[in-house]
Design a binder for this molecule. Structure first.
Ligand SMILES: O=C1O[C@H](COP(=O)(O)O)[C@@H](O)[C@H](O)[C@H]1O
Length: 270
């Protein structure tokens, strides 16, 4: 793993030579954040996404099965597709199959979206659930915004630069009042989604974006590099934690168009 010096305010950029190396680093990073949160607050509130969740797989083995206090974990989703929980497109199902079914997390600490409701109803209900948990401080509250402060929000990034279900050029990017909202026109199927809004993501204590493969290289460049005012503003570029820390977990392919990547490759050869 190597650190690339990134454009100001674009966080820490970690580049990995293989998916195995990335998974190892990601598991270490999450385990450390969990330890700190549990020590400081007694809880670890983490919001997952689809796709990249499978790269958390190393958390299921040693040493984390012994070192992580799973009883203090509370699981949420930064976005969800409005489908049944048993559907192949469900982000909950992906997390359950690859992660949750292999970890001793307390079932009542897993807060998934109600799949029997419409997108709008499910978004409203999910926000209500989060509000209750903010009241009891299971989910922390931001000092600088009227939003929850998740200990970690883990995001993937699509080739178009979407994160969670915040898609480019969509009014959902303007949502300032809701914590959780919905869309019915996502170009990547399924079209109906619910999603955390930008103010919630940017109020988190930590935000990690995981992107792998050459198909994400241009989006990574536009999201991280200093590309100038003429360039399209991608949702991934709008991830700017107010006081929290942003970390990018990329593989070589996804990082290949970043400024400074060629020096990084030269460095790797010596
Ligand atoms: O549709 C979605 O896409 C993004 C990116 O997914 P990836 O498989 O390309 O990593 C994902 O983060 C989001 O949760 C999901 O609903």
């Amino acid at each position: 793993m190597a650190l690339l010096e990134s454009n100001k305010n674009r966080g820490e950029v970690r580049i990995h030579e293989s998916l195995e190396e990335l998974s190892t680093d990601l598991a270490d990073y999450i385990a450390e954040l969990s330890e700190t949160s549990v020590k400081e607050r007694g809880f670890f509130a983490i919001a997952l996404s689809g796709g990249s969740i499978t790269l958390m797989r190393n958390l299921c083995g040693a040493p984390y099965n012994k070192t992580v206090d799973w009883s203090k974990w509370y699981i949420f989703w930064a976005d969800e597709r409005v489908v049944a929980k048993s559907h192949v497109d469900s982000n909950y199902k992906l997390a359950k199959d690859h992660l949750l079914s292999k970890l001793p997390i307390i079932p009542s600490h897993v807060h998934s979206i109600n799949d029997s409701l419409t997108a709008e109803e499910a978004a409203n209900e999910y926000e209500f659930v989060i509000r209750q948990l903010v009241r009891t401080r299971v989910v922390n509250v931001s000092d600088v915004s009227d939003c929850p402060k998740f200990d970690l929000i883990l995001l993937g990034m699509g080739p178009d630069g979407h994160v969670a279900s915040l898609i480019p050029d969509h009014p959902v990017l303007e949502e300032k009042n809701e914590w959780v909202t919905f869309i019915t026109t996502c170009p990547k199927p399924p079209p109906e989604r619910i999603t955390f809004t930008l103010p919630v993501i940017n109020s988190a204590a930590n935000v990690a974006v995981v992107a792998t493969g050459g198909g994400k290289a241009e989006a990574a460049r536009l999201a991280i590099d200093d590309v100038g005012p003429e360039c399209p503003v991608l949702p991934a570029r709008m991830i700017e934690p107010i006081v929290g820390k942003l970390v990018w977990f990329l593989d070589n392919q996804a990082a290949s168009k970043l400024k400074g990547f060629s020096q990084f490759v030269d460095y790797q050869m010596f």
